[in-house]
Write a protein that binds this ligand. Structure first.
Ligand code: PA5
Length: 423
């Protein structure tokens, strides 16, 4: 399902030298004895997930079928990025089924919020508010605004259309939801925000968006089984984790996560959060950044080719995207493009990928790794997410970092609360 090509990675060390450290970290992840071990519920979640809640999600989707055309998802960070990445990767940017998913609660931008309010004026809406802590300010601000909008539009029936995903017992959002009579879904105690795509955090919005969540969970389950080996030779996720550490030691302090499809841009955003929040602490870590080629070759390409050498590239290459086009012939050929007539655009993209890889790696001397993913199905999405979860856990343990907290994020909150006059 996933293979890793390290032929252009330019590693100055043999991966196998890391085998003992990898075996030790693998044990810590699976036996829950490493740093942050209260938050490794995601490791065996694909088999331990809450089946009753999963059935409730499918039942809710069935019950509401035909009653909505718009899903508002209100959340920030790990409480929205996974669902957004999945919807865009699997369904594309302009889904054919007419269900629009709009993400709110991830910004204080009043322009954005006001424009969404205007945009949904004549829509049939359901609203899923998602917050593990139940107190995140961006989410709470937007939720109050959209909750009042729903109450104005639907009156008492608004409560049938609002769902809360939060802690099972604690927090402001849980108390509010119970008091209002909203159906609630749980973010388990031992799974942090950015590791929560396979819980109701991802599954409820995805089900409402008509994504096949059973296939997605099957992908995560297969990845969990196939990547559950400490043997570096057999585990591409661990190879990726080790290659990152070697490149870090070689002085490469930034990683470009490169995709070749605009509908994978949010996968890159999700990946940036996973690695950035997990690894960037104690003065350590690789800066996760991203680019979508060939689009960004016309903006960042110059720097990558000839600028200062701080970065390496990790290309997520999807071998078979669902849609393809054959480039048409034109009898007049005024644009001189007939040399491509009859060719599939996927082939053109593949040639762009190969040409760019050679330019950046051979001429530019940048290390490049290629992660090949079979396709953009829900199954592959589930597989890929688990691949990055386990790779991230491993690479952080190899760096002696707790991947499951984010103490630095609190600093801006404290300063902001002081300015806002929050008690
Ligand atoms: O990964 C994380 O834990 C964070 O990015 C959170 O998901 C984010 O801060 C939102 O938190 P909450 O779900 O508590 O609103």
């Amino acid at each position: 399902m996933i293979s890793l090509d390290l032929r252009n990675a330019k590693l100055n060390e043999d991966l196998n030298k890391w085998q003992d450290k990898v075996s030790e970290a693998h044990k810590q992840l699976h036996e829950k004895t490493g740093k942050g071990n209260d938050f490794v519920g995601w490791v065996d979640w694909p088999v331990n997930y809450d089946k009753e809640e999963f059935a409730r999600i499918l039942a809710l989707k069935k019950r509401m079928e035909g009653k909505y055309d718009t899903v508002l998802v209100c959340g920030i960070g790990g409480s929205y990025l996974g669902a957004r990445a999945a919807i865009e990767m699997i369904k594309g940017l302009y889904p054919e089924d007419g269900i629009e998913v709009i993400f709110v609660g991830n910004t204080f931008s009043t322009t954005y919020i006001s424009q969404v309010l205007k945009h949904i004026k004549n829509r049939e809406v359901v609203l899923n508010v998602i917050s593990k802590s139940g107190t995140t300010t961006e989410t709470s601000v937007a939720f109050r605004i959209f909750k009042q909008w729903m109450e104005k539009k639907y009156g008492e029936a608004a409560r049938e259309r609002i769902y809360a995903t939060t802690d099972k017992a604690r927090g402001t959002l849980k108390a509010l939801a119970d008091q209002m009579g909203y159906e609630t879904f749980v973010i388990p105690d031992d799974i942090g925000g950015r590791y929560s795509v396979f819980t109701a955090v991802g599954l409820l919005p995805l089900a409402l968006a008509n994504v096949d969540i059973e296939a997605l969970m099957k992908g995560s389950f297969d990845a969990m089984n196939e990547l559950n080996t400490p043997d570096l030779a057999k585990n591409p996720a661990y190879q990726y984790a080790v290659a990152r550490r070697i490149l870090d030691n070689m002085g490469y302090k930034a990683e470009y996560f490169v995709t070749y499809h605009l509908q994978l841009t949010m996968v890159a955003e999700w990946w940036k959060q996973l690695f950035g929040e997990s690894e960037g602490k104690d003065g350590k870590g690789i800066l996760p950044t991203s680019a979508c080629f060939t689009t960004d070759l016309h903006s960042l390409g110059q720097f990558i080719q000839e600028g200062s050498k701080v970065e390496y590239e990790t290309i997520l290459y999807v071998d078979e995207m669902a849609e393809d086009l054959v480039f048409p012939s034109d009898p007049d050929d005024l644009d001189h493009m007939n040399y491509l007539a009859g060719k599939k655009l996927s082939w053109v993209s593949e040639m762009a990928f190969e040409g760019t890889l050679s330019a950046h790696s051979d001429d530019g001397n940048n290390p490049n790794m290629v992660i090949h993913l079979k396709d953009n199905s829900a199954y592959s999405f589930g597989y890929m997410i688990y691949f990055f979860f386990i790779a991230c856990g491993m690479t952080c343990y190899l760096l002696d970092i707790n991947p499951f907290n984010q103490p630095g994020v609190e600093v801006y909150k404290k300063k902001m609360f002081k300015l806002l006059g929050k008690e």
